[in-house]
Design a protein around this ligand. Structure first.
Ligand SMILES: Cc1cc2nc3c(=O)[nH]c(=O)nc-3n(C[C@H](O)[C@H](O)[C@H](O)COP(=O)(O)OP(=O)(O)OC[C@H]3O[C@@H](n4cnc5c(N)ncnc54)[C@H](O)[C@@H]3O)c2cc1C
Length: 458
């Protein structure tokens, strides 16, 4: 069959849309969140349902096309697109169904966090997810899922009850603790490697609708003092509190008062997921250092989950990396301050989020995710718009990682890995887990069809 005939047959078979170069919607269909990931796939299959995903996998295998799978499109390095291959795009497969009696949600493979939050909050429930509501449930859950409820209810993947998959053979499989326990283990931390998840069943918990949350802002000169109080308090804090420290240059003007506006700052942020009357006293120690600005107030959980959406909007250029830490050394605090002071422009920052609590009580071997003894998740972010700034921004991001890696654990959160470097992927899981995952990969994807990810080699 000629390429043209094969494509026509594929179009015929798909309920969704097939978009190729030259089609009017091609540039929209190929775009992903990070504008630096500017790839040109040969085909984008916008799947309308599970049957389309099966058809797309079979088409890709018959034509020997490189496969990229796209959920929310937020992979930092752009794993959900590729040059010359096929993007199996799940974004038309959105939709979340909540069963309030069983406290579960079923999210389709292309659903976004905001939809899960909205549907669950309609019943006063929530699943722990991430911080930005246009992120995909798919990639976030299959790698981890750290957010405002992590210490209270664990990672998103700790709340997975079952996954429905289309395999590399184009077959449908359900993985849960009873039916495919080893696959279900691997899906929770290395999930993008084993198939295309078309549905996630997730456990929900009562949250909100109001939670106490906010930020307390200090001049960066006070970073050591603030970090010491933060670390000491979070070591024994109630699970209801998930809190963070952020370093960035405050925008000039309100809400930042003159003492900190336009200057490098260190910011405590926190969410208390319990009753409001307990939240005030629980959070008081994190606010007691006399900040230049304190915004803590009862907030709708839903509003909080979307508050950073515009800052992290689609189409900007991004270089993000992450590490896990077991403790916060004073030298690390100084390094972070120096890095932010040396940033090549605005929107370069470093963030820390507290782990522990429910996250830390999951045994290390219970899931493929590695790093349960970490107490902090560290993220470096560079965000910009002008391609001419690429070299300076990327160099800053690399320098930041080099400076901070000595303070980190050897394992890492795979959603933060930016490259297809095998040593980094093996290191992120540790050798024992990596070998177990490689055996699983040989069972489910021996030809490494699903390799646009933090790849486990079969
Ligand atoms: C603005 C922003 C905010 C973020 N905030 C957080 C946060 O608070 N907490 C956190 O833990 N992480 C966070 N992340 C990181 C995020 O978890 C990862 O980038 C994640 O991979 C994004 O998933 P996605 O579906 O949106 O991305 P995609 O780019 O679509 O996919 C990412 C990877 O997962 C694979 N994949 C996606 N969906 C499926 C599926 N259904 N089946 C099989 N494979 C699939 C893709 O092939 C790709 O390899 C954030 C990222 C961004 C850009």
């Amino acid at each position: 069959m000629t390429n043209r005939a094969a494509l026509a047959a594929f179009r015929e078979r798909l309920q969704g849309e097939v978009v190729v170069p030259g089609d009017p919607g091609y540039d929209r269909a190929r775009a992903v969140w990070n504008a630096t990931a500017d790839a040109r796939p040969a085909v984008v299959a916008r799947c309308a349902g599970v049957g389309d995903v099966v058809a797309a996998v079979r088409f890709a295998r018959e034509r020997e096309l490189l496969v990229a799978v796209r959920g929310g499109g937020h992979s930092y390095p752009g794993f959900s697109t590729c040059d010359g291959g096929i993007v199996i795009d799940l974004s038309p497969m959105a939709g979340v169904r909540v069963d309030p009696e069983r406290r579960t949600a079923t999210a389709a493979g292309g659903a976004l966090l905001g939809e899960l939050d909205r549907q669950a909050q309609a019943h006063g429930l929530a699943c722990p997810t991430g911080h930005v509501s246009h992120t995909g449930v798919g990639g976030l859950t299959l790698g981890g899922g750290v957010g405002r409820l992590t210490r209270r209810h664990g990672l998103t993947l700790d709340n997975l009850a079952a996954v429905e998959l289309v395999t590399a053979e184009g077959e449908r499989v359900r993985a849960d603790p009873a039916s495919e326990p080893e696959l279900f283990w691997g899906l929770r931390g290395a999930g993008a490697n084993f198939g295309i998840a078309t549905s996630f069943e997730l456990r929900l918990h009562p949250v909100g609708p109001l939670v106490l949350a906010g930020i307390a802002v200090y001049p960066v000169e006070r970073a050591r003092e603030v970090a010491a109080v933060f670390a000491a308090y979070m070591a024994g804090a109630p699970d209801e509190i998930t809190a963070g420290l952020g370093w960035f240059v405050a925008p000039p003007g309100p809400p930042f008062p003159p003492a900190v506006a336009g200057r490098p700052v260190v910011v405590v942020n926190a969410t208390h997921a319990g009753p409001l009357e307990e939240a005030e006293p629980d959070l008081a120690p994190l606010r007691a250092l006399g900040p230049a600005l304190d915004t803590f107030a009862p907030r709708p959980y839903l509003e909080l989950q979307a508050e950073s959406d515009d800052h992290y909007r689609w189409g900007r250029r991004n270089y993000w990396k992450g590490l896990l830490l077991e403790a916060l050394a004073g030298e690390a605090v100084d390094q972070i301050g120096a890095l932010v002071a040396a940033a090549p422009g605005p929107d370069c920052g470093v963030g820390l989020l507290s782990l522990g609590g429910a996250f830390g009580r999951v045994p290390e071997d219970a899931t493929a995710f590695s790093g349960r003894s970490a107490t902090l998740w560290l993220i470096t972010e560079a965000v910009w718009d002008d391609p001419a700034e690429d070299p300076a921004r990327i160099a800053w991001g690399r320098d930041a990682m080099a400076a901070l890696r000595p303070f980190a654990t050897s394992v890492n959160y795979v959603n933060d890995l930016g490259q297809l470097d095998q040593a980094a992927v093996r290191g992120a899981y540790g050798p024992a887990k990596y070998d177990r995952l490689a055996a699983l990969k040989r069972t489910w994807d021996p030809d490494n069809v699903f390799r646009r990810n933090q790849n486990i080699r079969p």
